[in-house]
Design a protein around this ligand. Structure first.
Ligand SMILES: C[S@@+](CC[C@H](N)C(=O)[O-])C[C@H]1O[C@@H](n2cnc3c(N)ncnc32)[C@H](O)[C@@H]1O
Length: 454
C-alpha cells in the first residue's frame, strides 16, 4: 500500500462532502462540527452517528427479545411430559442453542452498548438518514456462515466472476459497497494487487464479524439452517484462510451517503446490492460514477430484480445498460452465469441464481447526485401537512376495517357474528363481509403460527 492509499486520504463527510480530518481515534468534519467515532476499531461513518447507533442498538435489542421469546416458547414446549425422546432432544438442543446464541450476539456486539438503548434512541433529525425497516441485524445472517465456514465453492465462484471481469487488470483502490460479511472484499484484496480495499456495509453484526475474521480471529456462531437436514442449530467455527494483508479496511456507513471524496476509487464493486437499495437505479449509477476516478471501473454482480413501487423503474438488463450509458459509463461488458446461492450443507433448501455481472468504465462525469434523504420533509419536520395520496387513502380505509375487526375478537364472536356487525356498521356489503373477514383472519392466524428464522 503506498502512502497515498490510506483511508484518511479518501474520507469525506457523509453530511456535507467536505474532507474529513483525522482527530486522534476519530474523524471530524470541521464544517458540520460532527465527530465520527470508531466502534470496535471500525470507522462509524453514518451521517448521524449517534442516531445510527441508536437504531442499531434498537435492532439488537429487538433481536435479543425475539430470541428470548423463542427460547421461552421452546421451554414451554419442553414441559409436555408426553414428548417423544427424539422430539425432546431436538427441542432441548434448540433451546440451549437459542439461549447461547443470544449470549454470543450480545458479547460480539457489546461495542454497541445496548444498555444505553433507551437513552439515545433516535432524534427527529435522524429520521432523514433512517435505516430501512426491512434490514434487521440478522437479515443476511446466513451469509456469515457461507463466507467464513462452508461456502468455499460459492465464494470461489463469486471471486471468479470478478476476476474474469477484471481480466488481470490492477483494481487499484477498491470500494465494495454492501460488502456484507466481507468474503468477497477479502478475496479481492488478498488475491489481486488492490492497493486498498474499503469494505462498506451498514450492518454492524456482519461488519464486526468480517473485521475480526479477516484479522485472523476464529469466531463461533450458530447457523440456523432454513430447512434443517439434521440439527436445527449448528455451532460453526468462522475463520478466514489467513489474515488479510494490510490495506483491507472495514467501514460502517450507509451506501446512500458513502463517506468518500469524489473520484476516490479506481474500482467500485456492488455485490448483490443494486436491486435491494430503495433508491432508483439511475441515482445509484450517478453515485457510483461520482465515487470513481475518470476511467475507473464499476464491477457489479448478483441478482437483477428491482422491486420499485413504480413499475417503470423495475428495469430489465437492457434498460440497465441504457441507464449506465446515460450516466457516463462506457465499455459495458455484461455476463450472465448460473450459480448456487446459500447452499448450506446443513439445509435441505438452496437456491440457484442466474446472476448478472457487468464491468462498466467511467467515461465522463454524471449529474450531481442529490443528497439522500430517507424520508420526506413533512415526516422529518412535522410542520407540513401530511399529503393524502391514493395509497394513504386506501391504507387508511383498510386500517379502519382491520382495527374494527380486531376489536371484535373477544373470544365469543364467530366470523358470522362479526360479518353481521360489519354490515350493520355500513363498512361492507352482506356479500363481501364474511369472505373478507375470513381471509383477514387467515392472515392473522398464519402470522401467529409462523416460526422464526435467523
Ligand atoms: C444481499 S446482501 C449481499 C451481501 C454481500 N455483498 C454478499 O454478496 O454476500 C446485501 C448487503 O447490503 C447491505 N446493505 C443494504 N442496504 C445498505 C445500505 N443502505 N448501506 C450499506 N449497506 C447496505 C446489507 O447489510 C447486506 O450486507
Amino acid at each position: 500500500m503506498s502512502a497515498a492509499d490510506t483511508l484518511d486520504d479518501l474520507l469525506a463527510c457523509p453530511r456535507c462532502d467536505a474532507p474529513l480530518a483525522p482527530a486522534s481515534d476519530t474523524w471530524r468534519c470541521g464544517g458540520c462540527e460532527v465527530d465520527f467515532p470508531r466502534l470496535a476499531g471500525i470507522p462509524w461513518l453514518f451521517a448521524e452517528p449517534n442516531a445510527a447507533l441508536g437504531e442499531w442498538r434498537g435492532r439488537l435489542h429487538f433481536s435479543l427479545q425475539r430470541l428470548e421469546r423463542d427460547r421461552q416458547q421452546l421451554a414451554a414446549a419442553l414441559k409436555d411430559t408426553a414428548l417423544r425422546p427424539a422430539t425432546r432432544a431436538r427441542l432441548d438442543d434448540l433451546e440451549r442453542a437459542t439461549r447461547d446464541h443470544g449470549e454470543r450476539l450480545r458479547t460480539l456486539l457489546a461495542p454497541l452498548a445496548i444498555e444505553q438503548h433507551a437513552a439515545s434512541y433516535e432524534t427527529h433529525l435522524a429520521l432523514r438518514t433512517r435505516l430501512p425497516v426491512d434490514q434487521g441485524l440478522t437479515t443476511y445472517y446466513a451469509n456469515i456462515h457461507r463466507d467464513w465456514c462452508w461456502g468455499d465453492a460459492e465464494n470461489a465462484a463469486s471471486f471468479d466472476v470478478l476476476a474474469t471481469l477484471l481480466g488481470g487488470a490492477d483494481p487499484g483502490r477498491v470500494l465494495v459497497l454492501g460488502a456484507g460479511a466481507g468474503r468477497l472484499a477479502y478475496d479481492l484484496h488478498v488475491r489481486t494487487t488492490a492497493s486498498l480495499t474499503a469494505a462498506l456495509d451498514f450492518n454492524p453484526l456482519l461488519v464486526m464479524v468480517a473485521d475480526r475474521v479477516t484479522r485472523g480471529a476464529t469466531l463461533e456462531l450458530y447457523e440456523f439452517p432454513l430447512a434443517p437436514r439434521g440439527a436445527a442449530a449448528v455451532l460453526r467455527a468462522l475463520a478466514a484462510p489467513a489474515p488479510a494483508r494490510a490495506g483491507l479496511v472495514h467501514v460502517l456507513a450507509d451506501a446512500h451517503r458513502p463517506p468518500f471524496r469524489r473520484g476516490a476509487f479506481d474500482t467500485v464493486v456492488t455485490p448483490w446490492l443494486i436491486d435491494i437499495l430503495p433508491e432508483r437505479f439511475d441515482v445509484l449509477c450517478a453515485r457510483v460514477n461520482t465515487l470513481l476516478r475518470d476511467g475507473g471501473r464499476w464491477l457489479n454482480f448478483g441478482s437483477l430484480s428491482f422491486h420499485d413501487p413504480d413499475p417503470a423503474l423495475r428495469y430489465g438488463l437492457d434498460e440497465c445498460r441504457a441507464v449506465l450509458e446515460e450516466h457516463g459509463f462506457g465499455d459495458v461488458a455484461v455476463e450472465e452465469r448460473e450459480m448456487p446461492y446459500l447452499s448450506s450443507p446443513a439445509s435441505r433448501h438452496a437456491r440457484r441464481e442466474r446472476i448478472v455481472s457487468w464491468s462498466a468504465r467511467k467515461r465522463r462525469g454524471a449529474k450531481k447526485v442529490p443528497r439522500h434523504h430517507a424520508l420526506p420533509e413533512w415526516l422529518v419536520r412535522g410542520t407540513e401537512p401530511v399529503p393524502l395520496g391514493d395509497s394513504f387513502r386506501s391504507q387508511a380505509a383498510a386500517t379502519r376495517v382491520h382495527a374494527f375487526l380486531m376489536t371484535m375478537i373477544d373470544g365469543r364472536r364467530s366470523i358470522k357474528d362479526m360479518a353481521k356487525l360489519v354490515v350493520d356498521q355500513g363498512l361492507m356489503s352482506g356479500a363481501e363481509a364474511e369472505p373478507a373477514i375470513r381471509s383477514f383472519l387467515i392472515k392473522m392466524y398464519d402470522d401467529s403460527r409462523r416460526g422464526t428464522t435467523y
